[in-house]
Design a protein around this ligand. Structure first.
Ligand code: ATP
Length: 319
């Protein structure tokens, strides 16, 4: 059996470890694996190389993706998707593993629906914005990166009695801000899912200062507003010194954590087992600590729900 493998959309730590797991499992089962460069763009241009055991040596610890990734507008048109499907057919590739976020899954879903290509989606995005899985690959590493940065900011903010507004990624999903906020002890988080009230923010800051706190950390999700925008609104309502930090692309790099490497190993392995069993197009994920798979079309259609319980937890314990 010949299979293709690509990484698409934004890169995420752990994608390399997943590539390794896919390739090694496929070779274990005697499959031929083609590594497709630059996501769907490379597929449409027929840019691919056969991979062997050594192609994936020494990448488990590296961020980014050795196959590189891209955003590909051609996939949004049926003509482009037809080209992608015809390249697979010409090469005799029977299954395609797509590592990426919800956009990449939509691409995979279209190839399944329109051309009957068997696709397996591995959720690789730091955003954690896919409802069918508790965690996506790269989320844990990104949040750990943020925790380290907030730790450092807290040292300096404490000395100067400042408020630190830290902007984190996540697109329209507040999970990175939520988990970073709870795990780093931030006093306030601002997420796209919940409208914020500046009076309430100032009240919480005043209360914490009165109880003896010397500094405050506010984590803002990029999908809610920018750190600069939030800080300027805050400065209109308070005299405290405010400083902003936008963590930016640092969140997408770095060596994957144990949690992400474990997910990568299991997702990659499961993806190939599913292709071998010819189960049709599936998305792999993790639910309540168990590796799961479900129909890729259903997985993409599920609407991401915000974890209000965790948000309330933060409200209660961060003061
Ligand atoms: P991340 O969330 O980390 O940025 P992503 O996979 O969601 O990752 P996108 O840029 O949304 O990133 O999508 C990646 C690629 O998937 C697009 O460049 C495009 O080639 C393809 N894609 C996205 N949406 C669709 C769609 N509706 N139909 C077909 N292909 C799509």
């Amino acid at each position: 059996m010949k299979i293709g493998l690509l990484t698409s959309g934004g890169d995420a730590p752990g994608m390399n470890a997943a590539i390794r797991a896919v390739v090694r499992t496929a070779l274990y089962y005697g499959m031929e694996v083609f590594g497709i460069e630059r996501g769907f763009a490379g597929l449409i241009e027929d840019k691919m190389q056969p991979m062997n055991m050594r192609s994936v040596s020494e990448i488990i610890n590296r961020g980014g993706t050795m196959l590189r990734t891209a955003r590909c507008c051609e996939m949004l048109d049926k003509e482009g998707r037809k080209k992608a499907a015809s390249v697979l057919e010409k090469r005799g590739i029977e299954g395609l593993v797509v590592i990426g976020g919800d956009g990449s899954f939509r691409g995979a879903k279209s190839l399944t629906e329109e051309f009957g290509v068997s696709t397996i989606g591995i959720p690789g995005t730091i955003d954690n914005d896919l409802e069918y899985t508790d965690y996506t690959l790269g989320f844990d590493t990104a949040v750990n990166t943020n925790i380290n940065i907030v730790n450092m900011l807290r040292d300096t903010m404490n000395s100067h009695e400042r408020i630190s507004v830290v902007e984190v990624m996540g697109r329209s999903c507040g999970d990175i801000a939520l988990f970073t906020g709870i795990a780093s002890g931030a006093e306030i988080i601002i997420v796209p899912e919940i409208r914020y009230d500046m009076e309430d923010v100032v009240m919480r800051i005043d209360r914490s200062r009165k109880s003896g706190k010397h500094s405050n950390i506010i984590v803002v999700a990029e999908g809610a507003c920018s750190a600069e925008e939030f800080a300027s609104q805050l400065k209109e309502s308070t005299d405290y010194a405010v400083r902003t930090t936008t963590i930016g692309h640092i969140q997408r790099g770095g060596s994957p954590t144990m949690a992400d490497r474990m997910l990568a190993a299991q997702f990659g392995n499961k993806a190939i087992r599913l292709l071998k069993e010819k189960t049709g197009s599936r998305a792999v994920g993790i639910k309540r600590n168990k590796i799961i798979d479900m129909d890729i079309i259903e997985a993409v259609e599920m609407k991401k729900r915000f974890n209000y319980e965790l948000y309330e937890t933060l409200q209660m314990i961060s003061m």
